[in-house]
Ligand binder design. Structure first.
Ligand code: CP
Ligand code: NVA
Length: 308
């Protein structure tokens, strides 16, 4: 029977905190959890959840994952804890380390997450920052693996804002040898440090392309992926971004240029008729709700490796 293996690094702040082998191990383990072929008892271990931004999928899937693993969660809402009052992260982190066995954090600046990780004696998990969303990427590549057997044969095209979700797809895609194409408007390209790191990992540099042309980016692609144009915290840019992102909607015209077997992914929540049409969102090609379900299985696998 497959058993959770201890990860080399304490924290999961970035997709690159896992080696390729560890990433594949978590995906394999996630499938075993999904098929209910494994039983892990974490003996009441506690996951602390700090969410500075809203969340449905990440929060609930972490809570259900811990319950299924025989552990529990504490939801540390910043408004009802001393976090919003401005207690220094280094103090909060040291206190929570005395109560919790692992802490998942959703916050704005990635440097805040790194500060928590620096002061916490317990593992810290990135539940989304402005730079990365690596837990999402675990579920994304699990969903892709369920459809296409060999990552090295997959072309993944992301159309939209080169933000946290795109950054994690790039880094994890590089780890797995997936061809990743990002199509975004000029000025909305992914983080340049992320792009450079990915190029260092890819053996074949042609496997990562950043373009401003969605039509060429989708040609022959197996996976079309999108995310909201305005992320949490960017609400004031909504009107401007809707103008700039005109032409970057995943619609039937773009889908017709992709591979015949192409699937559609979206991390959710979605704005229909903005980044994706309702027709494509609801089409037989959509694996969006399998992807959302896979958050649970992937995080069960991740937690069982971190806490074993
Ligand atoms: N995809 C995702 O992280 O969703 P939530 O914001 O609902 O957690
Ligand atoms: N890019 C989005 C992802 C939400 C899951 C955001 O940061 O709001």
């Amino acid at each position: 029977m497959l058993k959770p293996k201890k990860l080399a690094k304490k924290n999961f702040l970035s997709g690159l905190d896992l080696s390729t082998e560890e990433f594949l191990h978590i995906l394999e383990l996630a499938s075993v959890f999904k098929n209910k072929k494994i039983n892990i008892d974490l003996d009441n271990k506690v996951l602390g959840l700090i969410f500075d931004k809203s969340s449905t999928r990440t929060r609930v899937s972490f809570q259900v994952a811990m319950t299924r693993l025989g552990g529990t969660t504490i939801d540390l809402n910043p408004t009802t804890s001393q976090i919003e009052r401005g207690e220094p992260i280094k103090d909060t982190a040291r206190v929570l380390s005395r109560y919790c066995d692992v802490i998942a954090i959703r916050t704005f600046d990635h440097s805040n997450l790194e500060e928590y990780a620096k002061w916490s004696t317990k593992p810290v998990i990135n539940a989304l920052t402005d730079l990365e969303h690596p837990c999402q990427a675990l579920a994304d590549f699990l969903t892709i693996k369920e459809e296409f057997l060999d990552f090295k044969e997959v072309v993944l095209t992301f159309i939209g804002d080169g933000n946290n979700v795109a950054n994690s797809l790039i880094l994890c895609g590089a780890l797995l040898g997936v061809e990743v194409r990002i199509a975004c408007p000029k000025g909305y390209e992914p983080n340049s440090l992320v792009i450079n790191k990915a190029y260092e990992i890819y053996k074949n540099k042609n496997l990562l392309k950043i373009t401003n042309d969605p039509n060429s980016a989708v040609l022959g692609a197996n996976v079309l992926y999108t995310d909201v144009w305005s992320s949490m915290g960017e609400e004031n840019q909504k009107d401007e971004k809707e103008k700039v992102f005109n032409g970057f909607t995943i619609d039937s015209d773009l889908v017709s240029k992709a591979a015949k077997d192409a699937i559609i992914l979206h991390c959710l929540p979605a704005y229909r008729s903005k980044e994706i049409t309702d027709e494509i969102f609801e089409s037989h090609k959509s694996r969006i709700f399998d992807q959302a379900e896979n958050r649970l299985h992937a995080q069960q696998a991740l937690l069982s490796c971190i806490l074993q």
